[in-house]
Design a binder for this molecule. Structure first.
Ligand SMILES: *Cc1c(COP(=O)(O)O)cnc(C)c1O
Length: 423
């Protein structure tokens, strides 16, 4: 459920019309709903209510500090993947002891900042990383809290670019080496083994892979306790999918059924008094935001119709990167218009610059606004300046008010770090 709905044929985000936002803030603009973020967090939280748990929002899905602050105020922690995200999470007011640090390529500098901040856990992805972390922790004079990210070798059956739990993927420590890696970690002077971690992929629309991963993790947890390596948390990662298509199609599991599927095999949580951690991103943020854009031109070739928008794939990469579907709705409904089949494309000179292909749409005209839905996760956070296009603004709506939570970038800001050397 989300709060982007028509009132008298005008599309609103909560109590604010998208047309008003476009008029006052310009387009393209990302628009987020405060109530939707809140609801999504709470529904997810309730799904895990039967066990002690901490939800660490995956910052890479939507890293605006206002969004992180909103989630933090609800009790949410953060899953970060860089030193930059560490600063964001802290600046947003998320306590360091609610932050976990994931990623296959952490630098010594990033490790140092996270150690100094006092984060909850490093999700370590290789023995080489463990060794560097041990050294850095020794230099800083601290113990590094660690979970090892275990690759359970289960097929998430999602897009290959976002599938991470298979043996052939670059992620984590192979399932077959898990125990020896824990033994190594336990012997290191500046490493404190805290947990087990796993993340099998993103946009999963079936609970089976989660169940398969949970079953394997439960075996590992039991055997770690038997070997005298007690852990205090189990981090099951993120990955629950959302519905991008129209209602009824391709329905992902609800957070409640995800929770049940996950917790079923995890009796080890109660047995050993372990806290559950998870790292959802998309399921919290995806349907809490839209990309608002204006149609610049409509054109027709021999075989196709096109609506050319002022947003492009530098603003929202998912369609070109993953061939992803995003629902597109007109901001103003016109009952008298015909249905057409059209591509919705950006102005960039690449055929990959599209938001929809051969889509059934109500006829749109130049100057009109479109809302590209399900854009709250991996939307703005993946945007770039390709084609020297300044990045869009971000707006947070709460009730009948809206707040600019990121100003539209200017061309001057874009050029700020460039210079012409005297040669
Ligand atoms: C991307 C990522 C997540 C979040 O994935 P979602 O599909 O957005 O829930 C969680 N953990 C790790 C390690 C990730 O890389």
């Amino acid at each position: 459920m989300n709060h982007f709905e028509y009132k008298d044929d005008e599309l609103y985000c909560e109590g604010v019309s998208l047309a008003k936002i476009a008029e006052e803030c310009g387009t393209p603009a990302y628009v987020y709903s405060h109530a939707t973020f809140t609801r999504h967090f709470q529904v997810f939280d309730e799904a895990l209510a039967s066990v002690p748990h901490l939800i660490c929002f995956s910052v890479k899905a939507n890293s605006n500090i206002a969004i992180l602050n909103l989630l933090g105020s609800l009790g949410c922690g953060a899953d970060i993947v860089s030193g930059g995200e560490l600063v964001r999470a802290l600046r947003a007011g998320i306590a360091a002891d609610k932050i976990v640090f994931s990623g296959v390529g952490k630098t010594a500098e990033e490790m140092r900042s996270a150690l100094e901040a006092g984060i909850l856990s490093f999700n370590v992805e290789s023995v080489a990383e463990l060794e560097l972390l041990n050294t850095v922790a020794g230099e800083v004079g601290k113990m590094a809290p660690v979970s090892l990210r275990i690759n359970p070798d289960v097929d998430a059956k999602t897009h290959p670019y976002i599938s991470t739990g298979l043996q052939k993927n670059k992620f984590g420590i192979p399932w077959t080496r898990a125990e020896e890696s824990y033994q190594r970690a336990a012997e290191m002077a500046h490493i404190e083994v805290k947990g087990v971690d796993c993340h099998i992929g993103s946009q999963l629309v079936d609970t089976k892979p989660f169940v398969a991963a949970s079953e394997k993790l439960a075996i590992l947890v039991d055997s770690l306790f038997e070997q005298g390596i007690p852990i205090t948390h189990l981090d099951v990662g993120g990955g629950l999918g959302i519905r991008y298509s129209e209602p009824g199609e391709d329905e992902p599991p609800s957070p409640a059924s995800y929770g049940e599927a996950l917790l079923g095999p995890l009796t080890c949580l109660r047995k050993h008094n372990i806290k559950l951690l998870c790292e959802p991103g998309r399921v919290i943020a995806g349907n809490a935001g839209v990309l608002l854009t204006k149609v610049l031109y409509c054109k027709e070739s021999e075989v196709k119709k096109f609506a050319i928008t002022d947003a492009a794939f530098n603003d929202l990469m998912r369609p070109s990167l993953y061939d992803a579907y995003h629902p597109i709705r007109p901001v103003a409904k016109h009952a008298d218009r015909e249905m057409i089949v059209s591509d919705v494309v950006g102005p960039i000179c690449e055929s990959g610059d599209f938001f929809a292909r051969d889509r059934d749409l109500v006829e749109v005209r130049a100057g009109e606004l479109l809302s590209i839905g399900s854009a709250g996760a991996y939307g703005f956070s993946m945007s770039s300046n390709y084609n020297s296009r300044p990045r869009a603004c971000e707006i947070l709506v709460k009730g009948s008010d809206y707040h600019v939570i990121r100003k539209r970038e200017t061309v001057e800001q874009m050029l700020e770090n460039e210079s012409i050397p005297e040669l």
